[in-house]
Design a protein around this ligand. Structure first.
Ligand code: HCA
Ligand code: CU
Length: 471
């Protein structure tokens, strides 16, 4: 059975521009505990008083998970970990030649002496110890074996194999872990895989197969540069592909969304498991299959992580999906009408980027000649948005620009951050659009004002030289 150490609060906070508030850290730890991860790496207390306070609060929150604090190999730092009440200290010290020569200016012998001294000290304080040879993947293998065995002899019961710059591949990871297992004294082995080449999860899984015990994760795959494996991806990969699950999957979506909200760090829509489009189907062939049986194009049921599938209607969509969408509005059409509606949808799809339900209904009304209780008439509205304080207004603006019914966007001062003029065909379309805009990550509050009457600016009122002369 795999174990998971989640490092959202330590590695995750090393994501560029991400900072958690104290209460957010405690909340994240509680959510992680609900998911059921074995260990929570809560931070490095030497970073700041707030980080130390958070570790202290998390350590005293009676969580089931073991609470780990990260530490440089220094007496005073290890003492800080003890003072926070963490169960375990994770002492990291680099072992690769490049780190020894340039960053640490230490010989291999000095490294071994130092980490043995530090681990013995941590043990004397009653802490459990994990030792991480930072940059293990680029470390001379014989030296790595030597330094890890020295650490284990000094009292470390876990070794974290750190692929600090993400240069492993599944086959090399498997080989490396297999040999380490044979050459190391008894210990638990963690895998800390960075995702610089997009191989972090694959490397971690290969390492586990080869004999390691624990995968380090972060929520949404955050971390330095390209981060480390995403918690939800790891859990679902094991549950679905390896038939191993002892975690509570249903808390994962809430956790991922909470992290997006408090960090302003949004995952791409096509990110596995938690991405916005992870269960969205588009082409006619796919939607047809999914409508008959979702298993045709879904590796697992999204409801296990409390998500829903979605079908996008546009020029790629076939008759079945359009028919189903019309049925959602209580509209039944004949085969010929359906063909005509799909034909028109394809035509619109060739001309613009997005097709809304309002468009589909309007087409249906035209094709069937029946009045569908949507009376199209143009509505303009002024929309004001407040954006979460830690989120770049421009990131929200960027997403708003993709809506064709958003005519103009302003960044503004005052209670709201963004103003926009939207122009839609009817009330339903307005509701749809506002809902979509409100779902943009980072939008905190919105206010919509209908424009009742528009006054064209009279050319005569604009001041030009002629007018001035006449006055
Ligand atoms: C870093 C340290 C670390 C440590 C990993 C671990 C790494 O470089 O910031 O303690 O398991 O990637 O080597 O995150
Ligand atoms: Cu790391």
């Amino acid at each position: 059975m795999i174990e998971i150490l989640d490092s959202t609060l330590r590695e995750g906070e090393q994501t560029p521009y991400v900072n958690f508030l104290l209460e957010e850290k405690v909340q994240i730890a509680k959510l992680l505990d609900r998911v059921g991860v074995e260990m929570i790496e809560a931070g490095d207390p030497s970073v700041s008083p707030n980080v130390a306070n958070a570790i202290e609060q998390i350590a005293s929150a009676s969580l089931k998970a073991e609470i780990v604090a990260h530490s440089l190999a220094r007496f005073e730092n290890i003492k800080l970990v003890k003072d926070c009440g963490a169960d375990r200290v994770a002492i990291f010290y680099a072992t690769s030649q490049i780190h020894l020569d340039t960053k640490l200016k230490k010989t291999p012998h000095q490294v071994i002496d130092l980490i043995v001294e530090m681990i013995s000290y941590a043990r004397s304080l009653g802490l459990k110890v994990r030792y991480t040879p930072e940059d293990a993947s680029r470390t001379d293998f014989e030296f790595l074996v030597q330094v890890c065995n020295a650490a284990i002899e000094a009292g470390a019961d876990r070794i974290s194999f750190a692929d600090t710059v993400g240069v492993m591949q599944p086959h090399s990871m498997a080989e490396r872990i297999q040999v380490l297992r044979q050459r190391l004294l008894p210990c638990k082995m963690d895998l800390h895989c960075h995702n610089d080449h997009g191989l972090a999860l694959a490397n971690a899984m290969a390492g586990i197969r080869a004999g390691a015990n624990c995968v380090h994760t972060t929520v949404n795959g955050m971390g330095e540069r390209c981060g480390i494996p995403d918690l939800a991806e790891v859990i679902l990969a094991y549950a679905n592909l390896e038939g191993q699950n002892h975690y509570h999957l249903e808390a994962l979506t809430e956790l991922a969304e909470f992290l997006e909200k408090v960090t302003g760090f949004f995952t791409s829509p096509n990110k596995p498991i938690i991405g916005q489009y992870a269960f969205t189907h588009k082409s006619g062939v796919h939607t047809n299959g999914v409508l008959k049986d979702p298993r045709t194009y879904e590796p697992f049921d999204p409801s296990v992580i409390k998500r829903e599938r979605k079908i996008v209607i546009d020029k790629y969509t076939g008759k079945k999906a359009v028919e189903a969408r019309l049925l959602e509005y209580g509209i039944t059409v004949t085969t010929q009408e359906l063909e005509r509606i799909v034909f028109e949808i394809k035509q619109i799809g060739d001309q613009r980027k997005q097709i809304f339900d309002a468009d589909i209904l309007e087409i249906a009304e035209k094709v069937t000649g029946r009045v569908i209780d949507v009376i199209p008439h143009e509505i303009d509205a002024l929309l004001m948005l407040e954006v979460e304080s830690h989120i770049y207004t421009s990131s929200v603006v960027r997403r708003m620009r993709s809506f064709r019914n958003v005519i103009t966007i302003f960044e503004i001062t005052g209670d709201y951050d963004i103003g926009a003029i939207i122009s839609v065909e009817n009330v339903m379309a307005m509701n749809n659009l506002i809902e979509e805009i409100r779902r943009i990550p980072g939008v905190k509050r919105s206010e919509t004002r209908l424009i009742l009457k528009k006054y064209p600016v009279n050319e005569a009122e604009t001041i030009d030289d002629t007018d001035t002369l006449e006055v």
